[in-house]
Design a protein around this ligand. Structure first.
Ligand code: NAD
Length: 252
């Protein structure tokens, strides 16, 4: 097993990619903290993991709130003694609002979850990681962090910022045995993705959007496998980088 005995915190893990990551990590021997806004749904994920013989607990945390993030890391340490892996997966969309229609409120809301959230969790785990001189951080960004994107301005900017955060943290802590990488998923079939087709003021078809042709949607489990690679020693030579998982959408 690739994560035997490791303690992994996964934010936004009650649904979609976070759920798939939590389940795969538990199957690979990790003790998983399934964290989300929604405790009941997080507990369902935990129950599913335990039914398969895995180890997990559910902790409620809004990554947009400093005290919740502190509680998440404190709760993890109190239950499992440490943190080895942090997966910053929680994220929200921005209803495709273009720059001219943006409000400060929407911008701040999207950044609070998508960008400030990961910064906060990273800030809280770094003392633990630096003390033991090891730790892995994986940020779930987006292809929207690589190109102009079909999402709105706030989402696109927030995910570009996550990729910058990833590079900077990877650089600063590399000598202390800490790696920080990101994943840029293309369209993946989750609750968020269902809003992509429901709300689209730019009037674009999925297959017309982006730098090339969107080759279709992926499954959360396909992203979970990338997260496993980045969280395990298999990716020991990767740091500060972003792995694009989009079936070639942004490549052509
Ligand atoms: P999802 O909606 O299925 O899951 C997101 C989870 O995050 C939900 O369980 C939600 O409750 C939780 N969440 C939302 N706000 C939160 C907060 N403030 N604090 C804690 N948890 C919160 O969506 P998903 O597609 O699995 O999204 C996971 C990540 O992948 C997001 O960061 C998203 O931006 C990114 N992403 C998604 C796609 C896609 O096509 N689905 C593509 C690229 C990137």
């Amino acid at each position: 097993m690739k994560l035997d005995g490791k303690v992994a915190v996964v934010t936004g893990a009650a649904s979609g990619m976070g759920k798939a990551i939590a389940e795969l990590f538990a199957a690979e021997g990790a003790k998983v903290v399934v964290s989300d806004l929604n405790l009941d749904k997080a507990q369902e994920v935990v129950d599913g993991i335990k039914a398969k013989g895995g180890e997990a607990i559910a902790l409620v945390a809004n990554v947009a709130k400093e005290e919740d993030v502190q509680g998440l890391i404190d709760g993890t340490v109190s239950q499992y003694g440490t943190v080895d892996i942090l997966i910053n997966n929680a994220g929200i969309m921005d209803n495709f609002v273009p720059a001219g229609d943006l409000t400060d409120e929407l911008w701040d809301k999207v950044f609070a979850v998508n960008t400030t959230g990961p910064m906060r969790t990273i800030r809280k785990v770094l003392p633990i990681f630096t003390e033991k001189k090891s730790g892995v951080i994986v940020n779930v960004a987006s292809v929207g962090g690589l190109f102009g994107s079909r999402a709105g301005t706030a989402y696109t900017a927030s995910k570009h910022a996550v990729i910058g955060l990833t590079k900077n943290v990877g650089f600063q802590y590399a000598t202390q045995g800490i790696r920080c990488n990101a994943i840029a998923p293309g369209a993946v079939e989750t609750n968020i993705a269902s809003t992509l087709t429901a709300i689209n003021p730019f009037g674009m078809e999925r297959a017309q959007v982006g730098m090339g042709v969107n080759p279709g949607t992926g499954q959360p489990e396909e992203i979970a496998k990338v997260a496993l690679f980045l969280a395990s020693d298999d990716s020991s030579f990767l740091n500060g980088t972003t792995v694009t998982a989009d079936a070639g959408w942004t490549a052509y």
